[in-house]
Every structure is written in structure tokens, then in C-alpha cells.
Design a protein around this ligand. Structure first.
Ligand SMILES: Nc1ncnc2c1ncn2[C@@H]1O[C@H](COP(=O)(O)OP(=O)(O)O)[C@@H](O)[C@H]1O
Ligand SMILES: [Mg+2]
Length: 348
């Protein structure tokens, strides 16, 4: 193999293909097979890189992987002339003469894009909009005319023609994300952009199960918690499936289940779902919300309502097991809302 970034084309291990995933895969594969470049665009944690790898595997060619980088220059993409060799000539006849011939022999250093274009590999350019737009200019002619120009090359005649099997898959995060650049329209116009979003509940559940090996019921509970938290307003956060994989992996490792009564489970949920760049107020709200969602989705017994509409006291064991805030020790109703004991049943 030419480069350590060339990945062999074995089947994508553990790839979850529910009907929702299959729909995207089929469309994307159709574009690639028709010769177009595919661009998967969406928030972090929506499965773009995994999908790109899976699609590349299906294309059945060696895969070349590149990551977008602020520091990238065009030469990082296509290669450059690097180094020179120094030849020392010692004149045997006149020993006093020592001739050093510094012969600047530039070597062409193939880089990933050049290699992929030449060899007909499938290129994955992950998070390509982390590179500065001008660094990606070399892609314009590759995607449009199937020609990669090598501005500094003499041996190659200035350009190389793309191998018929060459294909490109791009991924990017939305432009409002930190550290990404606005992509030039001309480049976007040369690829088919597919907007991807968080998967549906059955897909997320299956992913957790596949990645961690936990039981279906535990996976369902964790995903209900993740999705509930994702949909909570008032806290700046990005809630992907990744914390779910963390929680699931620890459950598996410790041989425990997603049970609201287990304080350790509660603590790892609080760690995994912790929000960053949040105010103290948001942090408190986050902890409170996570604890409520654990009670709600992870086997918490609903607080029974007596016939006269008065809420009974919560199960004591549930309270003792909580690792949340003081406020979290307050009783809740069966929807997880804090119960104000001074309210009459009908007023809630
Ligand atoms: N279809 C899938 N099958 C199995 N695991 C998946 C699938 N999609 C995403 N994942 C898992 O979800 C997590 C996030 O996916 P990733 O591809 O890294 O997202 P993104 O690139 O959009 O940030 C990863 O741990 C990945 O293994
Ligand atoms: Mg990614």
C-alpha cells in the first residue's frame, strides 16, 4: 500500500442498517456509481464519517482517508517538490580541488489526492471544511473535468487524468460550527450534498446495542434519556449518540443495567451528558433534567395518584439512590415533573 491512510476494503464491521439508514445509503451509492462526488453535511454525531466509510467500502476500491485541517496547503493535498540531493565530486587528479555539486534534484512527492486520483481509489475527505477554502481549490478541476493539475510538476506534464474508478466522498459540519470555513460555492456545486440529521429512535437504539453489546431494554432506556435531553430547551448543548455509547459501554463493563435505582448508573449519565461552555444556571438545569429523565425512562416507578387526586410520597428507595442536585430529591409526578405538594391535583 502506498500510504498508511489507505484503508483496506473489508465490510464495515458492525454497521447498522435500519430502513432509515438504508434509504440514505441507496441514494448516496447511486450518486457515486453514476460518477458524482457525494457530500454528507450535518451536525456532529449524526453518523457522517461512519456512513462515508461504509459507502467507500461498498465502492469496492481501496479507500484513501484525509481529514480537513486548518493548516492544510494545496501541496498537502496534491503533493509537492520536496528536498534536493547533494552530490559531492572529489577530483582524483587534482586533490586540492574539491568540487561540490549541489544538484537541486527535486523529487515529486505524491500526496493523498494525487494518489487517489491516479490509482482510482475512493477518497474520503472528512470534515473537509476545516481546511481553508483555497487549499481545496485543486478539487475543482478534479470534480469537474476529472483532471488534477500539478502546478509544480514537470515529469507529469502538469496534470494527471483521473482514473475512471476515482470517487470522492466529503463530510462537513454546518458552517456555524467553530473551526470550520465557508466552502466556496463552485466546489459545493460540483458535489451532491446530502443533509444528514440525527437518526430515528430505532436506529439509535440499534447502534448503541451493536456498539456496546448491552440488552435491548437498556439500549432503549439510554436512547430515551439521550433524546429527551437533546430535546430539552434552555441549555446550550450538543447531545449526540456518543454519550450513549459511553454509558452503554460502562454498563456492559460493570455488568449492570440502566436502572434509575442504581446511583452509579445515575452518576455515569451525569458525567457522559455533562454540558460544556454552559453557565452555572444551565449546568444546574442540565443535572436536574438528566435526573428527571432517568426517573422517567429508566424504570422509575410512577408516583401513584390517589383517588382524591393527592399525590402520594415517592418511593423512598428511588430518592436514596439519586446522585443529582438537592432539588432533584424533590418528589416528581409520573411525567417526571417536580411535585409542588401545596398544589391541589387539578391545578397541575
Ligand atoms: N450506521 C451506523 N452503524 C453503527 N454505528 C454508527 C452508525 N452511525 C453512527 N454510528 C456510531 O455513532 C457514532 C457517531 O458517528 P460518526 O460517524 O462519528 O458521526 P459524525 O461523523 O457525524 O460526527 C460513532 O461512534 C459511530 O460508530
Ligand atoms: Mg465525523
Amino acid at each position: 500500500m502506498i500510504d498508511h491512510s489507505v484503508i483496506s476494503t473489508s465490510q464495515s464491521e458492525g454497521f447498522v442498517e435500519t430502513p432509515a439508514v438504508k434509504k440514505i445509503v441507496n441514494r448516496a451509492l447511486g450518486y457515486l456509481q453514476a460518477g458524482f462526488a457525494v457530500h454528507l453535511c450535518g451536525p456532529t454525531g449524526t453518523g457522517k464519517t461512519t456512513l462515508a466509510m461504509h459507502l467507500a467500502n461498498l465502492m469496492d476500491q481501496p479507500v484513501m482517508l484525509m481529514y480537513g485541517d486548518e493548516e492544510f496547503k494545496t501541496s498537502d493535498l496534491v503533493g509537492d517538490k520536496l528536498g534536493y540531493s547533494k552530490r559531492k565530486l572529489i577530483d582524483n587528479f587534482i586533490h586540492s580541488v574539491l568540487k561540490t555539486e549541489e544538484d537541486v534534484m527535486q523529487r515529486w512527492v505524491n500526496n493523498r489526492l494525487t494518489t487517489a486520483v491516479k490509482e482510482g481509489f475512493t477518497l474520503i475527505y472528512d470534515e473537509f471544511n476545516r481546511s481553508r477554502p483555497e487549499a481545496n481549490n485543486a478539487l475543482l478541476s478534479v470534480l469537474e473535468e476529472g483532471i488534477l493539475s500539478l502546478p509544480t510538476s514537470e515529469e507529469e506534464g502538469g496534470y494527471i487524468k483521473a482514473h475512471p474508478n476515482f470517487r470522492a466522498i466529503f463530510t462537513s459540519n454546518p458552517e456555524e460550527y467553530a473551526g470550520v470555513h465557508k466552502t466556496q460555492d463552485a466546489l459545493l456545486d460540483r458535489m451532491v450534498t446530502m443533509h444528514v440529521d440525527y437518526f430515528d429512535e430505532p436506529t439509535e437504539t440499534k447502534i448503541i446495542q451493536n456498539r456496546t453489546g448491552i440488552a435491548l431494554e437498556d439500549a432503549e432506556r439510554i436512547i430515551a434519556l439521550i433524546r429527551g435531553f437533546r430535546n430539552t430547551n434552555g441549555i446550550r448543548k450538543v447531545t449526540t449518540i456518543r454519550p450513549g455509547i459511553v454509558i452503554g459501554s460502562i454498563l456492559k463493563q460493570k455488568g449492570i443495567t440502566a436502572d434509575y435505582k442504581n446511583p452509579f448508573f445515575r452518576e455515569i449519565c451525569l458525567d457522559a451528558l455533562s454540558v460544556i461552555r454552559a453557565t452555572q444556571e444551565e449546568l444546574d438545569l442540565a443535572r436536574e433534567t438528566i435526573c428527571r429523565l432517568i426517573d422517567e425512562h429508566c424504570g422509575g416507578k410512577p408516583f401513584s395518584t390517589s383517588t382524591n387526586g393527592q399525590s402520594s410520597q415517592p418511593q423512598p428507595e428511588a430518592d436514596q439512590s439519586r446522585a443529582g442536585t438537592q432539588k432533584d430529591l424533590q418528589p416528581r409526578d409520573n411525567k417526571g415533573r417536580f411535585i409542588n405538594l401545596f398544589l391541589k391535583g387539578g391545578e397541575r
